[in-house]
Design a protein. Structure first.
Length: 114
């Protein structure tokens, strides 16, 4: 008897809430392991404190960003106490769409520190 290609009825269907097959399943995540990795520098030494708490910082809010909500950016920058935050009508990759404005923020920051 010749074999026929499976039809949509004969294919097994997974529900949207079912887990992926074991071959594609991701390993479980351990929040302690992940946070410990993120606090390590390239040399493997643990970072004693987040740099934004002790170093001056500047920020750019991309108001046309569809990847990170601009309100979330503003909140994070305010919470971190940045020295200066500018807002540009730019998408997520602001350095590509507005390179001159990004360079100005950097040179202004250098001048402020110098």
């Amino acid at each position: 008897m010749p074999r026929t290609a499976p039809t949509s009825r004969s294919r097994s269907r997974r529900s949207p809430t079912s887990s992926p097959p074991a071959s594609r399943a991701r390993p479980p995540r351990c929040s302690r392991c992940r946070s410990a990795r993120s606090r390590r520098s390239r040399s493997g030494e643990a970072a004693p404190v987040a740099a934004w708490k002790t170093k001056p910082a500047w920020g750019i809010v991309s108001s046309a960003d569809h990847t990170i909500n601009p309100d979330v950016e503003r909140f994070g920058y305010q919470r971190a106490g940045l020295r200066s935050v500018i807002e540009l009508d730019a998408p997520h990759l602001v350095m590509q769409s507005h390179p001159a404005e990004v360079a100005k923020v950097i040179t202004d920051a250098i001048a402020e520190l110098g």
